[in-house]
Design a protein around this ligand. Structure first.
Ligand code: SF4
Ligand code: FES
Length: 251
């Protein structure tokens, strides 16, 4: 049996984390099945269970095409986008790790958004552009564009072992945003941003394990973002030291 033309037949079985902190004493896992369809994704399973079967599983999604970053879940223990990851028989679907659960697969993104906000996540200009479109060469924007691939899905935060042991760590998604701005020739906010990132929960908390880059669905390279910020931070410190001792050498 298939739900749509091209369906493969048979059922797919999944285990889903269920928890409503307002009524449940503890989380539980429930098993469900859905008719398998061709190219079936996790989101298709969730839509079938909620919209066809009327089961009140809470989850987030919007674009359905790997753009909005809202549909992150743990799939068999690995952070994935539900609108992109193939559904597999026997799969366990849970809320993103390292976030408080609001209900079922919906997590509280607000505390992490505050971290992103703390690094002034927008272009800081010291002068207005003389014309529009601005006179920018591709070569000037290529590094910014790399980090701008970030869709703020927060899968990297769910994958980060430092976030798990140290929730105050600024984390890879905020760092990726900061690195995008660092690479923007128009930005004048780097100094203040690096000051914010230099504290005990900033850049130097990262152990460069690289799980963030492994799971990033947008290839935004959050671990490289942290490296870039560290390099700039070290250069800045060395320059300040040279200035203090009155040397003329510029590292
Ligand atoms: S860096 Fe990648 S994994 Fe992290 S929030 Fe951005 S897109 Fe998602
Ligand atoms: S629903 Fe938008 S990225 Fe998955």
């Amino acid at each position: 049996m298939s739900r749509q033309p091209g369906g493969e037949g048979g059922d797919i079985h999944v285990t889903i984390y269920r928890f409503d902190p307002s009524t449940d004493a503890a989380p539980r896992y429930e098993q469900y099945s859905a008719p398998r369809t061709k190219y079936m994704r996790i989101i298709d399973v969730l839509e079938y269970l909620t919209e066809v079967k009327g089961i009140g599983i809470a989850y987030r999604s919007s674009c359905g095409i790997k753009k909005c970053g809202t549909c992150g879940v743990m799939a068999n223990g690995v952070p994935k986008l539900a609108c992109y990851e193939a559904a597999q028989d026997g799969m366990t679907i849970e809320p993103l790790r390292n976030f408080r659960v609001i209900r079922d697969l919906v997590t509280d993104r607000a505390p992490y958004q505050e971290k992103i906000d703390s690094i002034t996540p927008f272009l800081v200009r010291d002068s207005q552009p003389g014309k529009f479109p601005e006179d920018l060469r591709h070569s000037q924007m290529i590094e910014r564009n790399r980090f701008d691939q970030c869709i703020t899905c927060l899968l990297c935060v769910a994958a980060c072992p430092i976030m798990e042991s140290n929730p105050s760590f600024v984390g890879p998604a905020a760092a990726t945003r900061a690195a995008a701005l660092l690479e923007d020739v128009r930005d004048a906010g780097a100094e203040a941003r690096l000051d914010t990132l230099a504290d005990e929960f900033g850049l130097w908390r990262c152990h460069m394990i690289g799980e963030c880059t492994e799971v990033c669905p947008a290839h935004a390279e959050p671990a490289l973002a942290i490296q870039r910020l560290r390099r700039r931070s070290v250069k800045r410190t060395l320059r300040a030291m040279v200035r203090r001792v009155g040397g003329g050498h510029r590292p």
